[in-house]
Ligand binder design. Sequence first.
Ligand code: GTP
Ligand code: MG
Length: 137
Amino acid sequence: NNRTLTMIKPDAIEQGNTGAIIQKITNSGFKIIALKLTKLTTEQAAEFYGIHKGKKFYDELIDFMISGPIIAAILEKKNAVDDFRALIGATVDPAEGTIRNLFASSVTQNAVHGSDSDENANIECAFHFNENEIIDY
Ligand code: GTP
Ligand code: MG
């Protein structure tokens, strides 16, 4: 699979880090083939993060993800899912130089999302975008 879904999260937008994050993404060889600014409803955030329902951080995660707008994008690159996870860094203690290392404020307020498998990338791309919003160029 050569596609992954990212979201620039509300903290990064609020702190003015959108441009720097997109620059880092494109400089790392990812091609943006779909992009939108949107604001998740509670229902949308609950659906997107449904696998985490019941975990101790779930309510904090949902409250955070609906606290402001997000930017969703589909990124194209060979080995997109794994390469993008490497670029953003781990959920806890992201490595030096990764997007989360540079821009996260906390484990919850961690600046960016990246799909964690090819299967979930397909589901998440379809969650945010119709086929006619994905540009082949
Ligand atoms: P996403 O790319 O947003 O899916 O993050 P992830 O794949 O690195 O982590 P995961 O899917 O396991 O968790 C989703 C989100 O929940 C994370 O991005 C964090 O914002 C939050 N989260 C995960 N684990 C913890 C935790 O142990 N504590 C807290 N406070 N938040 C967590
Ligand atoms: Mg995840």
